[in-house]
Design a protein around this ligand. Structure first.
Ligand SMILES: [Mg+2]
Length: 185
């Protein structure tokens, strides 16, 4: 039986931790609390204790975030989100093949324009706006092109800051605070 690890779930029945449950706990922490420190659980540990521990970590992270003693300042290398892992690969590849001069910087910015154009092309394709072509794209195509825009912007961002992920997080936090202020009026 898979335990419910959400904070408001009822207390679990007494049960020992199986490898499957251990994997689920790790997956939960890994997916939702990517940077949380996970205590080691002894084999055969009481499930109730494990679930309570995970909930406690969850609640403290939600309540205290960076201030929580469960917060890891450095995510382990295998926990780099796919976005930044892919972008780092792309940047490395482009730097090696094309160099890092001003011309290459301009090209990476121009590439962003190309990708935005592909979003428009895909959306027009979902609407069948060209009667000769009819409907040529799906909403998933538009979503994929939007993802290309994000990836391409993240690649270009590397040319203007030494820590693109931190720059993006910081910027997003600022924008989030501004929205909160506006909504509080
Ligand atoms: Mg594209």
């Amino acid at each position: 039986m898979r335990p419910n690890l959400t904070p408001d779930a009822p207390p679990p029945a007494a049960q020992e931790v199986t490898p499957e449950i251990e994997a689920l706990v790790r997956q939960t922490i890994g997916a939702e609390l990517r940077r949380a420190f996970l205590p080691e659980f002894a084999p055969g540990e009481n499930l109730d204790l494990v679930v309570r521990t995970v909930r406690n970590i969850y609640i403290r992270l939600v309540e205290r975030g960076h201030a929580s003693d469960y917060w890891r300042s450095e995510a382990p290398p295998d926990a780099v989100p796919p976005l930044w892992a892919t972008v780092a690969k792309s940047v490395d590849w482009l730097d090696t093949k094309n160099g890092t001069g001003d011309h290459e910087t301009a090209m990476r910015l121009m590439k962003l324009g190309e990708e935005v154009g592909e979003v428009m092309q895909a959306y027009i394709g979902t609407q069948g706006q060209n009667p000769r072509k009819g409907i040529t794209h799906t909403r998933a195509d538009v979503a994929a092109e939007l993802c290309d825009v994000i990836l391409t912007a993240a690649v270009a961002l590397h040319r203007f800051t030494d820590d693109p992920a931190e720059t993006l997080d910081h910027h997003a936090e600022r924008v989030g605070r501004r929205i909160d202020q506006i909504r509080a009026w």
